[in-house]
Design a protein around this ligand. Structure first.
Ligand code: AMP
Length: 279
């Protein structure tokens, strides 16, 4: 595996690559969720490029930028084991040089749900992914459905700016108990992780309610809330059911393919998850 630690090395190494390119942007501290994106890319593309960059612009004041788990040596070993072709490990000045003009793209979606609770978060995500795409210039980008709103916003950006890259959306990878894998799970103790698996059980209850014929948004939402033990999860930031294609909240009856999105706080850790409600 080649490693590019700056843009000069990246350009050099990209010039020597033959064939098409799949790209997996990450913030590192890699887990099986990331690996599934990498393996999907390897199946479809001649070469797979992974980036690791903890992007400061997507963290708000008081968020966990400083303490975000960083595991570079272990990540490099994992990526070598998975025979990734090229790892791009930029510094902030490679991604955001002084003379860099930010891309002007936004969507009303950036201020909803996660965006309402984390102002500026999606603007940072848009900036970093746009910039990484222009540096790496891949044919395909692999993104996880775990971050469903991010996936939607980035797909809109790629579509509306007609960027020449195809989005590949990858399924959510979970622990055996259902907890969605996340680098931030490192903040949880073993017991916390067992307790946090109740989020997925709640999503499954909502899905079962929907599948049994309840199409009412409130009833399906209640199925999630009722299955959550308030002594375990004290704060639900949001539970929302949105139309899968437009991300507009379903009002009243759910009559198209939908997505239930949830964010809960577990101690000082925020966890997000979602489940598809398909008719
Ligand atoms: P991150 O390193 O958290 O920024 O994530 C990098 C990519 O991995 C994003 O496209 C995420 O949606 C994806 N990802 C993170 N966790 C999972 C998971 N449990 N299953 C599938 N994809 C994931």
């Amino acid at each position: 595996m080649e490693i590019a630690k700056n843009n000069f090395e990246l350009n050099d190494l990209l010039q020597n690559i033959n064939g098409n390119l799949g790209f997996v942007p990450t913030m590192g501290s890699l887990h099986e969720g990331h690996i599934s994106l990498i393996e999907s890319s390897k199946k479809l593309f001649d070469n797979t490029v992974v980036s690791i960059f903890v992007n400061p612009t997507q963290f708000g004041p008081g968020e966990d930028f400083e303490k975000y788990p960083r595991n570079e040596n272990n990540d490099i070993a994992v990526l070598k084991r998975h025979k990734v072709d090229l790892l791009y490990l930029p510094s902030a000045s490679d991604v955001y040089p002084n003379d860099y003009a930010p891309i002007s793209f936004t969507s009303p979606l950036t201020n909803k749900l996660e965006g309402a609770l984390r102002p500026g978060h999606f603007d940072g995500v848009i900036q970093v992914v746009y910039r990484l795409l222009s540096l790496v210039n891949p044919d395909g980008i692999f993104l996880g459905k775990k971050d469903a709103q991010q996936l939607k916003i980035l797909s809109l950006m790629i579509d509306q700016l007609t960027l020449p890259v195809k989005v590949h959306a990858c399924e959510i990878i979970r622990e055996n108990n259902g907890l969605a894998l996340s680098s931030r799970n490192a903040y949880l103790s073993k017991n916390d992780k067992v307790s946090a698996s109740t989020i997925y059980k709640g999503l499954l209850s909502a899905k079962a309610e929907f599948r049994s014929g309840s199409l009412d948004t409130e009833v399906v939402t209640a199925a999630f809330i009722d299955s959550i033990d308030p002594s375990i999860i004290k704060n639900i930031d949001y539970v929302s059911i949105v139309d899968q294609a437009t991300f507009t909240p379903t009002n009243g009856s759910i009559n198209s393919d939908a997505l239930m999105l949830v964010a809960v706080r577990f101690g000082s850790t925020r966890l997000i998850d979602n489940i598809e409600l398909t008719i």
